[in-house]
Design a protein around this ligand. Structure first.
Ligand code: FAD
Ligand code: ZN
Length: 466
């Protein structure tokens, strides 16, 4: 087992290691527990490179870790104790902001909320936004190609990244921090490292896109009779609001029931109950009045045509936060309710209503009594199709049915040419499921890339690929 003392002997007196390794050895959901000889905390790209060179020489596996908010066990080492964790947390400097090029260059350990804040202070928007933004890092966001709530307008982390600095598996530095919007000079290395979950190299810095700050942001909450109506509302909202539609989230009635139960201080924006709700956000380049007028006419048209039965437009920032809190508290409420099985599936938006209807039926047959917690990024064709046990069911027995439940949920995804992981990645939780559904050709291409970039197999072994 590699120890901190041993590594320090090779790396010199400046090498830093975490005294308490425990928080780095389990994941956010506490589903995976691992061991590591040491948790290294390098402070610069050169220190990362020196560490990787040493590990390559000694064949020590490296598990990169940012904020450790990942949901698939990608940042947790296995329990052999052979690996080290490489925490990027000390590499948290904003290196440069270029407001003419609309770019920001940051180190991989920068916390997402701090990057948003630095952009705001420069009069710009960095639009990546997710509930873990107070602790997840840019390196983790890029390595998982994180989505979040504004993908509809601005794209995933991949679309927000122009350049990368990477320490390769051999411990060399690739200086790819280009702030270019167009660059067709061969294979796109940047896009290989993005979404690789630390299995191909260590991202040490990134150049990211910035956007104008909107003049106003407005949130609306609408009750819809079913998922079909939600999809029709999405299309209407896209036509009426154009590029200012920045979020479109679906929430099922059962999700709100859980939030009511476990966050009793929360208030529903609408009086009655409805099978589904939609949370919409517009980011307007003109003014709050302009946004308000557009939203009101959209809702009036949607009510008239029967897509929406009732709607509320937030009239203050506090109210808008309260709408968002309902959405963001769903995963927490589900966790308090008890153990659950999470999925973050993606299907074409045109199939999503049929997907939900068919899968609800199939699950009701395969696992009677289970409760579907359906919410998420409808505007991106990405739902958190989570499953909670029947009331009073034994939690262990329920978790034992996970393979059966996954098969039903993912077979339906495959039928619709969808993705078993639209957001969270594969890590160790979904690597076998992915291999089950991907073609032999696709798996072989992925293995060739891994072999080419990490021939010794020291970069986060056992993740992504079985
Ligand atoms: P970690 O968890 O530390 O690592 C994630 C993976 O990236 C691991 O495989 C790790 O080895 C690798 N990695 C980390 N840093 C580097 C690096 N510098 N170089 C190479 N590899 C690296 N995700 C979404 O996409 N959308 C959401 O809306 C969303 N909401 C969430 C809400 C909550 C409450 C929580 C807890 C999580 C949510 N997530 C969401 C998942 C998670 O926050 C994201 O995956 C996030 O991008 C992970 O960042 P991190 O810094 O915590 O990465
Ligand atoms: Zn999500």
């Amino acid at each position: 087992m590699p120890t901190a003392a041993e590594l320090a002997r090779h790396l010199g007196p400046d090498a830093r290691f975490a005294a308490d390794t425990a928080p780095f050895l389990t994941d956010w959901r506490k589903r995976f527990f691992g061991q590591a000889g040491a948790v290294a905390q390098p402070g610069s790209t050169d220190e990362v490179a020196a560490l990787v060179r040493h590990c390559a020489g000694a064949r020590i596996p490296i598990v990169a870790q940012g904020g450790n908010t990942g949901l698939v066990g990608g940042g947790t080492p296995d329990d052999s104790g052979n690996a080290i964790v490489l925490s990027l947390s000390r590499m948290n400097r904003i290196r440069a902001i270029d407001t003419e090029n609309d770019t920001i260059t940051v180190e991989a350990g920068c916390i997402l909320a701090n990057v948003q804040q630095a952009a705001r202070e420069a009069g710009r928007l960095f639009p990546l936004s997710l509930a873990a933004e107070g602790s997840c890092t840019i390196g983790g966001n890029l390595s998982t190609n994180a989505g979040g709530v504004q993908v509809l307008r601005y794209g995933n982390a991949r679309e927000l990244c122009l350049g990368l600095e990477v320490v390769t598996a051999a411990g060399e530095v690739w200086h790819g921090l280009r702030g270019l919007r167009k660059d067709n000079t061969g294979y796109d290395l940047r896009d290989l490292f993005i979404g690789a979950e630390g299995t191909l190299g260590i991202i040490t810095a990134a150049t990211l896109k910035l956007f104008p700050l909107p003049a106003a942001q407005l949130t609306a909450f609408a009750a819809v009779p079913d998922v079909n109506a939600a999809v029709a509302l999405l299309n209407l909202a896209k036509r009426r609001l154009g590029a200012s539609l920045t979020a479109f989230e679906l929430i099922s009635e059962f999700c709100l029931t859980l939030v009511d139960r476990h966050f009793p201080q929360s208030r529903r924006p609408l009086a009655g109950h409805s099978p589904y709700y939609v949370l919409l956000e517009s980011s307007d380049a003109e003014s709050a009045e302009h946004a308000q007028a557009l939203f009101e006419s959209l809702m009036a048209e949607a009510i008239e045509t029967g897509l929406v039965s009732d709607a509320a437009v937030a009239s203050s920032i506090a109210q808008s936060r309260a709408f968002w809190a309902l959405r963001e508290n769903i995963p927490h409420a589900q966790a308090v309710e008890g153990r659950n099985i999470k999925h973050d599936i993606g299907v074409p938006i045109s199939s999503i209503a049929r997907y939900v209807e068919n899968t609800n039926q199939a699950l009701a047959q395969a696992a009677p009594g289970v409760r579907m917690v359906v919410f998420g990024h409808l505007g991106d064709g990405n739902l958190h199709y989570n499953v909670s046990p029947a009331p009073g069911a034994d939690p262990d027995a329920f978790m034992a049915s996970e393979p059966l439940i996954n098969r039903v949920v993912y077979d339906a995804v495959a039928e619709h040419q969808g993705s078993i992981s639209a957001e969270h990645g594969l890590g160790q939780l979904k690597r076998e499921e992915n291999a089950h559904y991907k073609s032999a050709v696709e798996m072989a291409l992925m293995r060739s890339i891994k072999q080419a970039l990490d021939p010794l197999g020291i970069m986060n072994p056992g993740k992504v690929l079985p």
